[in-house]
Design a protein around this ligand. Structure first.
Ligand code: AMP
Length: 421
């Protein structure tokens, strides 16, 4: 073996595909039911889109981006997330002049240079939603319910919600001043990353996974005590909609999320099935981002969910059947002439939507029947010189073993009748 996939990038094999399809189908269906339309942005952007949008001092931008110069000497980056690209597209295509509220969803690969581990890879896939153009707390609640409904529609039962508000930039400025004042004398106790964050991005210390850092942060100031009237009313609004919708949440004053663009509401959705505490979905409001990209002030809110983590969970819970499709019909052939007829027959049947397979490995009739079994074919059509001469085929029900003759004049109708009824 000479070649392997690069570290942290993996193949999705055919046997895993039913889970991926189930996720894609539910995402599309639930998103449409909430009136979100799909958008596809390029897999790479000019580096400044993410550097500015996500924030220079975030881990994503400072450590995790796949950035390179293209042949024209432009700095390009494989997208580490989709919100910055969505906002770039919103402004580039002047959606602000076309509709008051843009509701979009996306699905696709993202790239982050992270240490690969279970549920964390360098190319991973996200689905997500963005609603650009409204400050209504009902919209935050809608996105949260949308994120939860996708997971429950996939069969996850214990879906939990962590909720916080990180206010507007001026609330945060006051808070960060006090946080730094609190942490500075305790600096020695923080991990080395957090000691650096104290000057670059103090908020991120709040959700450091290191236990010592958590212990220190636990008794520090909390952001929700610093919310201005507008942010407090907004947060109260979100909570009251969630209460009305009977969605349980846990208030997590130290939940800040890793990306700089968030304002006001931030949330994470996780699954308690299997005791998994890792977030499946993360999101929040980003009221300043459109303006940061040169647009008029335009409030927005969104979320993103990781597909790999979700697929892992669904596989472990066996919530999606492990096989899909299966063959309707296998056409077994005996000689060159019947093979030619089978090619034609197969094509006709596929046109009416039947999944059909035949032999390309010169197998014996017995071998072909074994193949049909392996692919779970419901019927096998046997086509040999005798059948061709009589203008018919033998149709074998693979479960009961019953065989009937079907005329080649109207085989499509007869086979469809048998298979679809
Ligand atoms: P974020 O874009 O960082 O807010 O992440 C949103 C969701 O994407 C997370 O909750 C994960 O489910 C997923 N995710 C983020 N980074 C990775 C990664 N490196 N590998 C797999 N999934 C990821």
């Amino acid at each position: 073996m000479k070649y392997y996939a690069p570290k942290g990038l993996s193949d999705v094999l055919p046997e895993e595909m039913p889970y991926w399809h189930a996720v894609g189908d539910e995402v599309r269906s639930v998103m449409s039911s909430y009136n979100y339309s799909e958008i596809r942005t390029p897999m790479m952007e000019k580096t400044e889109v993410f550097a500015r949008g996500v924030g220079e001092n975030t881990d994503v931008v400072s450590k995790e981006m796949y950035t390179f110069d293209d042949k024209g000497g432009r700095s390009m980056t494989l997208r580490p997330e989709n919100t910055a690209s969505a906002v770039r597209a919103y402004l580039e295509h002047k959606f602000y002049g076309k509709e008051e509220l843009s509701k979009w969803y996306y699905l696709g690969p993202m790239f982050r240079y992270e240490a690969p581990q279970k549920g964390r890879s360098r190319q991973f896939h996200q689905y997500g939603a963005e609603a650009i153009g409204s400050n209504d707390p009902a919209l935050d609640a809608e996105l949260i319910t949308l994120a939860i409904d996708i997971l429950t529609s996939l069969g996850l039962e214990d879906v939990g919600l962590k909720l916080n508000s990180i206010g507007c930039p001026s609330d945060r400025e006051d808070y960060v001043d006090d946080l730094v004042d609190y942490l500075e004398p305790r600096k020695e106790g923080l991990c080395s990353d957090c000691q650096a964050r104290l000057t670059t991005n103090p908020l991120r210390i709040l959700d450091c996974k290191n236990e010592r850092c958590q212990e220190i942060v636990k008794d520090g100031p909390v952001i929700t005590d610093y919310l201005c009237t507008d942010c407090q009313e907004h947060f109260d609004g979100v909570k009251s909609y969630l209460n009305e919708l009977e969605i349980d949440y846990v208030l997590e004053p130290n939940l800040v999320r890793g990306l700089d663009y968030y304002t006001k509401t931030v949330f994470e959705v996780f699954s308690e099935d299997l005791g998994a505490q890792d977030a499946l979905v993360g999101g929040g409001r980003y009221d300043e981002l459109v303006e940061l990209f040169g647009g008029d002030p335009t409030p927005a809110v969104g979320f993103a969910g990781g597909i790999e983590r979700l697929v892992l969970l669904l596989e472990e819970l066996e919530r999606v059947s492990g096989s899909e499709g299966g063959l309707d019909l296998y056409i077994a052939t005996i000689d060159d002439e019947s093979k030619q007829a089978a090619m034609k027959l197969g094509r006709e049947l596929r046109k009416v939507g039947l999944a059909t397979e035949m032999d390309y490995l010169e197998k014996s009739l017995q071998g072909q029947l074994g193949y049909a079994d392996r692919y779970d074919a419901r019927y096998t059509a046997i086509l040999g010189p005798r059948e061709i001469e009589n203008d018919e085929l033998t149709l074998r029900d693979m479960e009961s073993g019953d065989q009937v003759k079907v005329s080649l004049d109207n085989y499509v109708e007869e086979i469809v009748e048998k298979l679809i009824g």
